[in-house]
Design a protein around this ligand. Structure first.
Ligand code: NAP
Ligand code: F7E
Length: 332
């Protein structure tokens, strides 16, 4: 890889956000490094970043947040200027099925990385992928969640992310590290995993429009989320590390829509009425549900000069258009 200005190391580079962040940093002339894990289906391991790896814009090495020796070795080898910790078991419903694994990966994994960071490259900057799921059902009187809102998570995933958030703050204060938390509200894209609700709806609606299926089964349709686009949110991650001091920042669209609203919008992009096709299946309900998220990102918008380009409508359209192209390639 040719020598460039700065080196960024991304944990979670094979995921939705990691892939967009890698693209964004490569465009900014960073040397971009990423950790990959061993998968049994090696062919799909780097699917989201193949286009970057094949052009030599990203270098990947095997590693794992739960394998401390690999973390020490990679930090010593790469000597990154910026470390982005996006690695996680990120599915909230699945976190009820695998709570121990979720806490190990998201909480102990973050602690492992912080330990390696403070002993090998303490001058680097560190970004932690914290989540609006940490708030649980706490809402300020004006209906928003912000940096100062109480955090009372309602899922193993939310608990794991809150513990990681706290230990990042603790290490920043104890060891004088530039370690920041981005508290990101839901963000989606064509690269979103297909078992998250937005991708499931966009894909399901397109499949129905092409008469490849006749119904879409969902869980709680009254839950409300603050949805933005991953492409916009990775810009905020980078800006958080360029700020003059480490801090906590909420990143959100400032709007909340129900799952039902998302269905309505996605099906109407295809000239269909969602009510004719969407059915509820208790299988997709959660043992405890987070009812509504609406983030106040005023602090980040002012301090970081960050504004999203996508809104709810253009996000839904981007996802539906993507799935139309995918189905056209497969079946035409
Ligand atoms: P994602 O698509 O599920 O990607 C997660 C990434 O973490 C994958 O690259 C995965 O690798 C990696 N990973 C999992 N376990 C690991 C381990 N033990 N060691 C190293 N890497 C590991 O998630 P995303 O949507 O891009 O989200 C990125 C981060 O932001 C996550 O931490 C998530 O919890 C957080 N977040 C997401 C949202 C959102 O709405 N998307 C909102 C707030 C916070 P494999 O490909 O090998 O599984
Ligand atoms: O669910 C409801 C479900 O799984 C959204 C992660 O990126 O954002 C994400 O977590 C809502 C919930 O995302 C289905 O009950 C209904 O109320 O797309 P989701 P999430 O749980 O909000 C946070 C901020 C993160 O940090 C996480 O990493 O949709 N819902 N029916 C459904 N959800 C799914 N997955 N599948 C359904 O069939």
């Amino acid at each position: 890889m040719p020598k460039k200005n700065k080196k960024a190391l991304i944990f979670g580079i094979t995921g939705q956000d990691g892939s967009y962040l890698a693209e964004y940093l490569a465009e900014k002339d960073y040397e971009v490094y990423g950790i990959i894990r061993r998968h049994s289906v090696a062919e799909s391991q780097e699917a989201r970043i193949d286009h970057l790896v094949s052009k030599g814009l990203v270098r990947t090495d095997y590693g794992d947040l739960l394998d401390s020796p690999s973390l020490y070795k990679l930090l010593a080898l790469i000597k990154p200027d910026e470390i982005y910790n996006l690695g996680a078991q990120s599915h909230v419903r699945v976190s009820f099925d695998v709570p121990q694994f979720t806490l190990q990966t998201n909480m102990i994994g973050t602690l492992n990385l912080l330990e390696a960071y403070r002993s090998i490259c303490p001058k680097a900057k560190f970004y932690q992928a914290s989540s609006s799921e940490m708030f649980g059902n706490e809402i300020d009187e004006d209906g928003f969640q912000r940096e100062t809102t109480a955090m009372k998570p309602v899922s193993p995933y939310g608990c794991s992310k809150l513990a990681a958030y706290c230990i990042v703050r603790n290490y920043r204060n104890s060891y004088n590290l530039f370690a920041s938390n981005g508290i990101l509200f839901n963000h989606e894209s064509p690269r979103r995993g297909e078992n998250f609700v937005t991708a499931k709806i966009a894909r399901g609606a397109v499949s129905i429009s092409k008469k490849l299926s006749s119904k879409l089964e969902l869980g709680n349709m009254d839950a409300s989320r603050d949805w933005g686009h991953s492409k916009d949110y990775v810009v905020a991650m980078h800006k958080i590390l360029q700020h003059h001091e480490p801090d906590e920042f909420v990143i959100s669209s400032k709007e909340s829509h129900t799952v039902r609203d998302f269905c309505k919008e996605a099906f109407s992009c295809l000239g269909l009425n969602y009510e004719d096709y969407v059915v509820q299946n208790p299988k997709f309900m959660r043992p405890e549900e987070l009812k509504e998220l609406k983030g106040d990102s005023t602090k980040a918008r002012k301090a970081l000069n960050w504004e999203p380009e996508y809104n709810f409508k253009s996000l839904v359209k981007d996802m539906v258009d993507y799935w139309q192209r995918e189905y056209d390639l497969k079946y035409d």
